[in-house]
Design a binder for this molecule. Sequence first.
Ligand SMILES: Nc1ncnc2c1ncn2[C@@H]1O[C@H](COP(=O)(O)OP(=O)(O)OP(=O)(O)O)[C@@H](O)[C@H]1O
Length: 310
Amino acid sequence: MIEFHDVSKTFAGEPAVSNLDLTFAEGAFSVLVGTSGSGKSTTLKMINRLVEHDSGLIRFAGQEIRSLPVLELRRRMGYAIQSIGLFPHWTVARNIATVPQLQKWSRQKIDDRVDELMALLGLEPGLRERFPHQLSGGQQQRVGVARALAANPEVLLMDEPFGALDPVTRSALQLEMTRIHRILGRTIVLVTHDIDEALRLADHLVLMDSGRVVQQGTPLELLTRPANSFVREFFGRSELGVRLLSLRTVGESMRPDITPGESPLRASMSLRDALSAFVSQGCESLPVVDEEERACGTLYFRDLLIREAT
Ligand SMILES: Nc1ncnc2c1ncn2[C@@H]1O[C@H](COP(=O)(O)OP(=O)(O)OP(=O)(O)O)[C@@H](O)[C@H]1O
């Protein structure tokens, strides 16, 4: 869907990103993670040409992005950022409808789309005519995401979209994003410096440092097969997430589908023990049995990393 070939960018002679080779697959939830100043935002902004790359090639749906008119490119990509940028004197409904209005959709189609997106993002219909300052931070972020999705973009680009939120609201919105991604199957590229957020959301995780990709792959690959000591130490800091896993059971997090497989987990086991089983077996899902050894569901590795906001 989006490919980078040997892409570099410097600002005033200082390299911001160097020789990036990346593929963001269609329908995948890709997450760029790394320390401050590692080049994550620059990478994201090069996709919609808010930042122009100096060298190399970036393709979107097979076409070199510079061969597309910049407005067309941006119309095909939703963009949601931490500072939200809602228009303060516009209602929630009008903010969400920004792009459809520019594209001159009919009033009815816009109204229907606003209703649909508010429901999708868990925004009460009563908030429709409110102004941004009359919303909580979490509600504002939801409106920002709804606006980015309004015109059915092929790609959703998100730059620290939950950065300013308290941990509980942040966790709730992360959960919403995984649900929305599952429903819409849209290609998402998200930037964060939060390790637990990255592990929870990503299908494809890209770890950056000093403008370079240090390692990319599934979260499980990066956790279990770190390419070097930097990767190991970086994820070592997510110990807190692992500790939290010991508070919850497999039964609470499994899905009801029954899948065949050896070495099943017990529903009463803690997620921390389940994590050890995933790591030692190097697989993405494991069957679950109840106390009578009857198959009762499947635990997916990625669901381990989604914490409920309770
Ligand atoms: N417009 C700009 N002008 C000059 N330098 C810039 C500009 N944008 C980014 N940089 C520099 O490029 C490097 C990469 O910045 P970038 O914002 O991509 O990093 P980041 O990983 O997203 O960091 P953070 O998590 O702190 O936002 C940094 O050294 C930054 O100072």
